[in-house]
Design a protein around this ligand. Sequence first.
Ligand code: 13P
Length: 253
Amino acid sequence: MRKKIVAGNWKMNKSFEEGLALASEIVNFYKDEVHSDVEAVLIPPFIHLVSVGRLLDHPHVQLGAQNCHQEVSGAYTGEVSAAMLSSAGAQYVILGHSERRQYFGEEEGLLAKKIRTALAAGLKPIYCVGETKEEREDNRHFDVIESQVEGALSVFSAEELKTLVIAYEPVWAIGTGLTASPEQAQEVHAFIRNLLEKRFGASFSQLVPILYGGSVNPTNAAELFSKRDIDGGLVGGASLKSRDFINIIQSFV
Ligand code: 13P
């Protein structure tokens, strides 16, 4: 049985007070209404991590960060290390989000280093992959995803990656209101699981949670989550409203 995860990536949103209010609403809703073992992961901006983390007094509500630096420590002004995130209470870290790839030039070689540093600090990486609109229109999406998966993960052993989570986020579906159809998402998730099986073996591939991200909302979540290889969601916009986020979690049957 794979873990079911719904992670809320707040991106660069919410003031300190707004972030605390959102986190406590989610925890309260979770306590009152969620009777499954779906794991919620709140992923606020760095500066809110410690304070949000202190509010998360439910075993199934966890804390994550949106990025980390690839080096362990040192003279990297303005950066945040994996060990700092871990000591601040984060369990997860998103790496390779398409916005980091697009706006900060992050690519697989760098991301492999970040994954290694995150793992060494005891963080569970949520490694994001996904094709652009042009790549899908040119029918290159499988090649792109294969090179993103292989390019960052092939330097690791299955043992090293036992806490890995993958998120498939088609760039054309992020923040656009366009969601991949459940069939399109399932097709790519099965493809990713097959890549993992070829490289790391069947038992490993069956254990890795693969989340879908891209305009997930309370209306489309149930059908996406009903697919065999979709183990949850990485949610942007809809994670900024406690009611929507909880309704997405409740979409798991
Ligand atoms: P939206 O849910 O706003 O499309 O964002 C998805 C995403 O990028 C989560 O990491």
